[in-house]
Design a protein around this ligand. Sequence first.
Ligand code: DGJ
Length: 533
Amino acid sequence: MRSIYVLLVLSAVNALAQPAQHPIPRIVEKDGRHALLVDGQPFLILGAQVNNSSAWPAELPKVWPAVEYMHCNTVAMPVYWEQFEPQPGRFDYSVLDALLSGAREHHVHLVLLWFGTWKNGSAHYIPEWMKLQPERYPRMLDARGQPVDSPSPFAEETLKADIHAFSALMHHLKQTDAQRTVLMVQVENEAGTWGAVRDYSSAAQKAFAAPVPVDLLNALHKPAGQATWSAAFGDDAGEFFHAWFVAHYIEQVAAAGKSIYPLPLYANAALRDPLNPGRPPSYESGGPTDNVIPIWRAAAPSLDFVAPDIYMGDSPRYLKVLDLYARPDNALFVPETGNSANFARYFFAALGHGAIGFSPFGMDYSRYSNAPLGASRINEELLAPFALNYVLAGPLDREIARLNFEGRLQAVSEEKDGPEQALSAGDWRVSVKYGLTQFGPADHPKGNPEPIGGALVAQLSDNEFLVAGIHCRVDFQTVGDASANKRQFLRVEEGSFENGVFHPLRIWNGDQTDWGLNFTSVPQLLRVKLSTY
Ligand code: DGJ
């Protein structure tokens, strides 16, 4: 009897001493919607990506204050191949370990960016010992046989070396990250080629003359046959060929890493103009641009999704990109976006498209600015609208991710010259208006002086909603006879979420609800119960 008692006590003590088991993060899909599961539950990445040369221990003190100020829950940081493998086969984990421990100290997760064979279409991050052997680790050749500053996807030795290094990275994470600080890994960065459509090396030429792989024809619902690339795809042949072989290369790197440690993996895209795309090489050829997403999905099944780096600031283009990448076969994640104030509101549009996360680029105090792509100076004033998004969403990040996965969340961002938006939610029509005073009717919204507003509305049950917003007014109307709106606020509670439970702080009524629900730059979350009279 006594020994059983001792055993029970010992196992209880043991259970306390063991760190809790954290399942490996993963992407799940249901009914065409996606979630990133962290600790088994949907998680929303409130992210920031650091500047390219900021993921060094010496620079991290300029990263963490910006991350803290923004209230991020995740930071995206590069891992540099040149640093990681200074000599062939000799790996230096010191910088990676500093990223992991720094992230843990600051209570944030990481998305790691493998700056390997490709970085913005070039191979500038391959180690010095590779750069000095261009015959062994070749660049692409253009149609005249001249080298292009872009790695060849047919470079077998480069591929072998990348697989080896990426495998070492994933192995190290498996060994040292039981707490799952790292949520996902981006494989390469903006792979593809600037300035040429495809490789003309002898290996590439041979492949271009060969029949199109059956897997690709099947994926594109084309009849299987012996068609060459030119016969099958006409003017698109060069670009599709390049996309297939770049993705095929990355698949081999990703598959090797995933077989060691199956974290979610993805590739990011330098976009083409979604409204007037033109033709490559006016945009980066071979990367996962919107027109070749099916090619990438077929060639690289070990990638969980491909993701758009969105630096186009106008809403027609921004929203179109979100439409193009949020697909039943592709989870939407915004891994990079501009860091000027204009971009902050797109956090809401991304949520409205079911995004698993949002991560503006260049968010640190290293004093580097990528203007005109982003802001000319990074300081708290610049970061404030991004911080406001995350202060608002942070306490309910899990709820947002879950409600989105269940298809119960809608969100919009203000469009230039678009002072009014309408959403439909069962028996209710939800209006979002911008540029109104807090007091007074909603007849003629004029929009904010700059489009900075956004709103999210989640339907909890038929007549109950969570509502939050920035610089807007949200209201509900009964569907049907527009002249006779019979909406009645039963109760409007302002509150906050803690551990998944809504805690009301006060009830809004009188001026605070008579004209609708007005949101300013104060982060406020409302639980709204409606009825009709
Ligand atoms: C997109 C790239 O993915 C980033 O690494 C960075 O180079 C930006 N462009 C420009 O700042």
